[in-house]
Design a protein around this ligand. Structure first.
Ligand SMILES: [Zn+2]
Length: 267
């Protein structure tokens, strides 16, 4: 598709699918125009179906201590979501998979691969990744991707794939790597998830300064062949630079969270 500025793409798409009652152009938490066609309840249904499929296809970790550790970090983060930012309760699953990857889906689903726990060396670093993934959901990036694709295909093909839970839809929801379809979030969505994720982790009482060593570890772990997470989430150097600039703004948020007694101790 020829690149079109987001706003005009938004308007054209609205014209194409005006019959949909839920048609809407909204502004993302970072002030970017987004086309969002699907009600959150429908996105939640898609997210839950994708998660069920992953739980069928991938082995889950039987290590109860690991499951507890990841849930401890994830719960601290999702407890900070404000009304309208996401599901009230979140299901957290650790998948037995050597790649350093994680994802969050609409409908309150979080998946973490065991390989990520080799790279995210403590609770603050794990919170960086989970915060980033939950931020994709808060900013409705899956809805935006499915909506853009729906508009581009005049809905017909994608409607079929929504019904069937296809690899294409899994990719648009952000779990393409798990089913062999690489459909990375775009740079603007990645930046939003990084910055919103940083804010979320700070609100939960995790140290936002640890985001920098996390992305350095991720880069190192890549070696010649980047881990799954980096291959779907590009430009580690630029992301570290953006995060470093943002950290002074969120440190006071972290400090007030600690002062208010939000001091997670997940291990
Ligand atoms: Zn991302």
């Amino acid at each position: 598709m020829v690149p079109v500025p987001a706003l005009s793409r938004c308007l054209v798409a609205v014209g194409l699918v005006a019959a949909l009652a839920a048609t809407a152009c909204i502004t993302s938490p970072m002030g970017r125009q987004q086309l969002v066609l699907f009600p959150e309840s429908e996105m939640a249904t898609m997210g839950a179906a994708a998660f069920d499929k992953l739980k069928t296809d991938l082995p889950t970790s039987r290590d109860a201590a690991r499951q507890r550790y990841v849930r401890c970090v994830a719960d601290a983060i999702t407890a900070q979501l404000r009304p309208g930012e996401g599901a009230r309760s979140w299901e957290v699953t650790v998948f037995e998979d050597a790649s350093a990857n994680a994802f969050a889906l609409p409908g309150g689903k979080i998946g973490v691969h065991t390989g990520l726990l080799q790279v995210a060396r403590d609770q603050h670093q794990l919170a960086t990744v989970i915060g980033h993934e939950v931020a994709h959901v808060v900013a409705r990036h899956s809805n935006e991707r499915v909506s853009n694709q729906f508009a581009a295909q005049t809905g017909l093909q994608l409607a079929g794939s929504i019904a069937g839970g296809s690899p294409q839809l899994m990719g648009l929801l952000g779990v393409g790597a798990q089913v062999g379809v690489l459909l990375p979030f775009d740079r603007a969505q990645e930046s939003e998830a990084d910055l919103l994720g940083l804010d979320l982790m700070a609100r939960a009482g995790f140290d936002p300064r640890q985001s920098v060593p996390l992305w350095r570890n991720m880069e190192k772990a890549g070696g010649g062949a980047p881990p799954e997470f980096l291959s779907t989430h590009p430009s580690a150097g630029r992301r570290i630079q953006e995060l470093s600039q943002r950290i002074p703004r969120v440190l006071p948020v972290y400090e007030s969270a600690r002062a208010a007694g939000r001091r997670p101790a997940c291990s």
